[in-house]
Design a protein around this ligand. Structure first.
Ligand code: CA
Length: 371
């Protein structure tokens, strides 16, 4: 069995959706007619990653044995390192890796979590990740957004303060007010997390973190600029609340630097660094250092499912899996996509990831990337 061709395409979920919001997918075909599906990091629509697959990765993959996925990934990461190992390249390799694991599952007629050594549980709780709570949204609108997501019975809620990262600390009073209002609404015992999306200086972050401790938030995500690793560690060490980071880290070395700086919860993303092969390595790294691994994952539906398979196989799964703001993209374009039932995602025993594209539905939204 050999890899014969690779489809690379974006999906534009609605006609008014800007190109930067498109999803990015791959489908890898073998010479005996099998296929696996994968998702590429869709930052800025994933065009850079899909272009690398077309121009740099596919030529090296045609004719390769798909079961050599780890060798393929390490070989291409190193031979293509000049393309930049921190971003589009690792996103591209992640999408290929997920597709090859899906193919392997179908070949052995087993769900991926079985190939990983078995699931600790196949019913996985999730936390609702709610974006856009900055200045553009009033306190009341934030509360309504949280209320709407409670209908899915999440195990926790994370409120995100998405920002352009070019100013720091300006919105701290607004963020604190919203954090207090959400805590008051959900009650003192409901698990809450707060995502600063790199919006604070070190002292600003410590100030916000102390309020979050008083409000009994569960974790404080990316308080300072992601490239200020030492500052991230300083904030983590000065606060008792768990400080997390790592969704913008693309290498194992980058995660080690965060851990050595003092961060005690890392959040690598399966479609940004290494796919299933990569996230398994991150889990081993986290276990060896005694830090929590709570993977970042905001994409429908292939990235989400790949993440669930790895999380199901993780022993020290301390927190629920991320589930982003639901939109049509969470289910349109897929045959029988999993949705949470009573607060749990149920992993099926279907082979591979357990999901396929609905090609008829996708045909209207699909944009092939061929060069
Ligand atoms: Ca985040």
């Amino acid at each position: 069995m050999k890899i014969e061709r690779i489809e690379t395409f974006q999906v534009q979920w609605s006609p008014d959706e800007p190109p930067a919001k498109r999803s990015a997918f791959v489908r890898v075909w073998t010479d005996d007619g099998r296929h696996g599906v994968g998702e590429v990091s869709p930052m800025m629509g994933g065009l850079a990653s899909l272009g690398m697959i077309v121009h740099n990765i596919a030529p090296a993959l045609i004719g390769a044995d798909p079961l050599d996925h780890a060798v393929i990934q390490d070989r291409l990461f190193h031979s293509l390192v000049k393309l930049g190992p921190e971003g589009a390249l690792t996103g591209a390799l992640a999408g290929i890796d997920i597709a090859l694991w899906d193919l392997k599952g179908k070949l052995f007629n087993q769900p991926i979590y079985k190939l990983l050594g078995g699931a600790w549980k196949t019913e996985l709780p999730f936390y609702a990740s709610i974006g856009g709570n900055g200045r553009g949204r009033s306190i009341d609108e934030v509360l309504r957004a949280v209320e709407a997501r409670m209908a899915d019975k999440p195990a926790a809620i994370k409120i995100r303060f998405d920002n352009k990262r070019v100013t720091l600390d300006e919105e701290i009073p607004d963020h604190i007010e919203k954090a207090r209002a959400v805590r008051t609404m959900v009650g003192k015992d409901f698990p809450l997390a707060f995502d600063a999306n790199n919006g604070y200086s070190t002292s600003g972050a410590i100030r916000v973190g102390r309020v979050l401790e008083e409000l009994d938030y569960w974790w404080f995500e990316e308080p300072v600029q992601h490239y200020h690793t030492k500052a991230m560690g300083e904030v983590a060490q000065k606060l008792s609340i768990t400080v997390s980071a790592g969704e913008q880290t693309y290498t194992m070395g980058g995660l080690v630097e965060l851990i050595e700086a003092g961060v005690r919860m890392i959040q690598p993303d399966i479609i940004k660094m290494g796919g299933i092969t990569g996230l398994l390595r991150c889990a081993a790294l986290a276990q060896a250092h005694g830090v929590e691994l709570v993977s970042h994952q905001t994409q429908p539906m292939i990235g989400h499912l790949a993440n669930l398979h790895v999380c199901a196989a993780q022993m020290h799964a301390t927190k629920p899996c991320e589930w982003n703001d639901p939109t049509a993209r969470t289910h349109e374009g897929f045959a029988d996509p999993p949705m949470p039932v009573d607060g749990l995602f149920h992993l099926s025993d279907r082979p591979g990831l357990g999901i396929e594209f609905d090609d008829t539905a996708l045909s209207k939204q699909r944009i092939d990337v061929t060069g």
